[in-house]
Design a protein around this ligand. Structure first.
Ligand code: PMV
Length: 330
């Protein structure tokens, strides 16, 4: 053995995988009931994974945990499932790996960290095994992991965290969207409160079962607002998108998915000139998003949000995105 070699390293190449954080523009929760949702990958907030072949038991260093993969806590069951699913797919259950992830964004804040970590790990393991996979296969593998995290996820996070541009997602199908809003920015603000998507989804389900008509009408209204937002994106109408975001936040609050801190942050963003603001993701904590007409407005809104108590803010410049050929999805 060469002196410099890690005693546990095994022959084979290190694999790499990359995904991104995502923000749901419109349609969280209603997407679970069959309505459309729109999400964007936040390409400045990366999740990167490496898979290094080793001897001995597989090791995981991800989202704050470092230790044997087999004894990782329950909260890591989804990334552990991602790892196993990728090894099974590659036909390499015999090979152990040291898996490590690194991300530019926090987890449990509605930014899609579980799907992003799973997706990056799957890509890294397949890369290390020299096994390619189609976009559909990668999506299906990520969904296997997401099922462990969220029970019955819509698939929106699995699709959005690897998308090259904005996507529309409905009934398990994703389609790229054209985006013609120029110069606008999304300001994302972390409330600092951990949100449980599973708890939020299950709570809404329980309320829906008690009052299918009333709750169903509100959910249907969220679906309509998503369609309004889709048209606004396509026509480059930032104010119309902002108005739909404001209305969606009000409905999500009525559905008991907001918290006072999320209402306060969205109000602070509007007070600082946002065209619209809403919670994003599962709710009951996590992040809010605010639409700023230009980078200057985004700076003012970001300061106002931090003053109002946001733990962190990020600014994402919306880029024009025309629908292109299928290989963009590889
Ligand atoms: O909390 P997040 O970012 O994972 O978003 C969940 C989105 C929901 O619509 C609430 C659930 C789902 O499965 O789509």
């Amino acid at each position: 053995m060469h002196e410099d070699m890690d005693p546990h390293s095994a022959p084979g190449r290190e694999g790499h995988g990359r995904t991104w954080a995502k923000a749901i523009l419109l349609g969280e929760h209603s997407v679970v009931y069959g309505h459309p949702a729109i999400a964007v990958a936040l390409h400045d907030l990366r999740m990167e994974a490496t898979a290094t072949p080793i001897t001995g038991p597989s090791h995981l260093a991800s989202l704050g945990y470092s230790g044997p993969l087999a004894s990782s806590p329950q909260g890591f069951a989804c990334v552990a499932r991602a790892f196993e699913a990728a090894r099974e797919f590659a036909g390499r259950m015999d090979q152990s790996f040291a898996i490590a992830t690194r991300s530019d964004f926090p987890h449990e804040r509605g930014l899609g960290s579980s799907a992003a970590a799973s997706g990056a790990i799957i890509r890294a393991v397949l890369d290390a095994c020299g096994r390619s996979a189609s976009a559909e296969e990668l999506f299906a593998l990520t969904q296997m992991a997401e099922q462990v995290a969220h029970g019955r996820p819509s698939g929106l996070d699995a699709a959005a965290t690897c998308a090259p541009g904005p996507i529309r997602f409905q009934g398990g199908r994703m389609t790229p969207l054209s985006q013609r809003i120029e110069g606008a920015c999304l300001v994302i603000a972390d409330s600092g409160v951990h949100g449980s998507t599973r708890q939020a989804v299950e709570g809404l389900r329980a309320r829906y079962e008690q009052d299918a008509q009333g709750i169903g009408a509100l959910i249907g209204r969220l679906g309509e607002l998503t369609t309004t937002a889709e048209v606004a994106l396509d026509e480059g109408e930032a104010p119309a998108l902002g108005a739909a975001m404001d209305q969606a936040h009000a409905i999500l609050a009525e559905l008991e998915l907001s918290l006072p801190v999320l209402d306060r942050l969205t109000a602070a963003a509007r007070g600082a000139g946002a065209l619209g603001a809403k919670l994003t993701g599962g709710g009951l904590g996590g992040c809010i998003i605010a639409l700023a007409g230009d980078p200057g407005a985004a700076g003012r809104i970001g300061s106002a949000l931090r003053q109002a108590g946001a733990a962190t803010t990020w600014t994402y410049r919306m880029r024009t995105s025309e629908i292109r050929e299928a290989e963009r999805w590889q």
